[in-house]
Design a protein around this ligand. Structure first.
Ligand code: ADQ
Length: 480
């Protein structure tokens, strides 16, 4: 067991590593930091404290030795092709993902998926145990690794173990479907601190612990029998607000947004949707609602374009292939029925884009549509607020996104209510400037005052702090 002072004091354990392999001009390969808020927030801490990041490289059956990258250690964990199918596509994305998102798709339970999940979680726990210095802090990320905290505590009781769940934690009535529910609860309780996106997630977890275990629970703390105290609290994640803002102000992004406007034919209004192509994101409902507004004439395709981009996602999972075909059909049908002069009413792009292009889109969107059926947080909503340059952007936001708890001055909708959704889109488009700008200022204040750095610092302060601080008062409601 490594115990020297040079061993990492801060270890992140996540399904994926924060690097992508790139092929250089001379045919060799190197590693590039993958863009993303989590990496941006944690990298400085890793460099400062001496860190290691444990994760999968994203390709099956490959052995990559640990290496140093940008001042910290990268520790690859191998997955076989069968494990990718059973642990990742299977139990993580075919069981947990739909179940934790209100079962909006049918969660499947297969014993071989569960076996692979346990086996892979064990491998991650062992890798973390072998890497962390004595008394180090280990921060485990997300639903793919819920068994790691307890497995790791067993191997290394000297560590401080944190866990953050990026997706919702479901109501217990849903969670209880899982045949292996006890092991998952115990897995999470192995942490000293379990973070959720919202207080509702933390409450669901604590209710479950009360009902299904005989540990004593006091407010947000679980006194795990003969062991330690596990706290469960909300830490709403955010984005690198300044980074997004600066990017959107850059001459390159301004030029790109001009080119995009030109390409779209300089419409008066642009409605924008930006999502991973996922059945939780409410794309079917959103596209149908906008389609009906075009068909009824409430939106004029000569004036308004709906730009929807959807990043390809989990294409090896059947439900995602079906969704992709459904959306293609739906968009095709609407565009063949309604259309502006020389351009489709819905400009649909099934592709991933560089961050700069995303920022260019956020710049030109008059109304941003974020209407998931359920979402842990939804960072797109916050990115739009950081990037849009005007003083009166408008955000239509699902009440079922974690972000709705913070962005109370968005145009809040129930995405299942198509008529309500249609009315709210029209309201957001046609509200007077004064109303939109009042809402906009309140949302900007919220986003600028709660950045990804605050998120990471608050979590780590509570994890490492002795004694554990009392909860802070709720942030004041943004002014109306
Ligand atoms: P996601 O479900 O992936 O994240 P979200 O929070 O919206 O959802 O983040 C998506 C990210 O992908 C954003 O940064 C966005 O800019 C980017 N993106 C989307 N479409 C893109 C495209 N076409 N091209 C390039 N980039 C694109 C999970 C949870 C969320 C939670 C986050 C963080 O499901 O609820 O907010 O983790 O905790």
């Amino acid at each position: 067991m490594p115990e020297t002072t040079t061993d990492p004091r801060f270890v992140v354990v996540a399904n994926r590593l924060p690097v992508n392999r790139v092929t250089d001009a001379d045919g060799g390969t190197s590693w590039q930091t993958a863009p993303g808020g989590l990496v941006t927030a944690l990298e400085p801490l890793m460099r400062e404290k001496g860190g290691a990041w444990i994760g999968w490289i994203g390709a099956p059956d490959e052995v990559v030795k640990p290496f140093r990258h940008d001042g910290y250690q990268i520790v690859p964990v191998e997955l076989s092709e069968a494990e990718v199918e059973d642990y990742y596509e299977g139990f993580s994305n075919g069981t947990l993902w739909p179940l934790y998102h209100d079962a909006v798709a049918f969660p499947e339970y297969h014993r071989e998926w569960w076996d692979a999940y346990k086996q892979v979680n064990k491998r991650f726990a062992e890798a973390a145990a072998a890497s962390a210095g004595h008394g180090a802090t280990v921060w485990v990320q997300d639903y793919q690794l819920q068994l790691v905290p307890a497995m790791l505590r067993e191997l290394r009781p000297d560590l401080k173990i944190g866990f953050f769940l990026h997706i919702p934690f479901p109501p217990i009535e849903l969670f209880e479907q899982i045949p292996w529910r006890r092991q998952i609860i115990e897995g999470l309780l192995g942490a000293d601190l379990v973070g959720f996106q919202t207080p509702a997630g933390a409450q669901n977890f604590l209710r479950l612990v009360r009902k299904r275990t005989d540990n004593r629970v006091e407010r947000y703390r679980v006194f795990v029998k003969d062991s330690h105290v596990c706290a469960a609290r909300a830490y709403p994640i955010s984005i690198d607000v300044q980074g997004f803002h600066d990017l959107a102000q850059s001459p390159e992004v301004k030029a790109e947004s001009e080119a995009l406007l030109e390409e779209l034919g300089h419409p008066k209004n642009i409605l924008l949707g930006v999502d991973r192509l996922d059945y939780t994101k409410g794309l079917r409902q959103r596209i149908r609602a906008v389609g009906e507004l075009f068909a009824s004439g409430q939106l004029d395709p000569d004036e308004t374009v709906f730009l929807q981009v959807a990043t390809p996602s989990r294409e090896d999972v059947e439900q995602y292939r079906v969704l992709r075909d459904d959306i293609d059909l739906l968009v095709g049908r609407i565009n063949s029925q309604v259309g502006g002069v020389g351009r489709p009413a819905i400009s649909y792009r099934h592709a991933g884009f560089p961050r700069a292009t995303m920022a260019a889109m956020y710049r030109i969107a008059s109304v941003m549509l974020v209407t998931p059926l359920r979402d842990g947080m939804n960072l797109v909503a916050k990115e739009y607020i950081a990037c849009h340059p005007g003083r009166a952007g408008a955000l239509v936001l699902s009440e079922f996104a974690g972000a709705a708890r913070e962005l109370k001055r968005a145009y809040i909708v129930n995405p299942y209510d198509l008529d309500g959704l249609k009315e709210t889109i029209i309201e957001a488009l046609t509200d007077p400037y004064a109303e939109r700008s009042k809402r906009w200022r309140a949302m900007q204040r919220q986003v600028w005052n709660h950045t990804i750095d605050d998120w990471a610092n608050n979590f780590l302060r509570d994890l490492e702090g002795e004694p554990e601080p009392e909860p802070e008062p709720e942030p004041a409601e943004p002014e109306a």
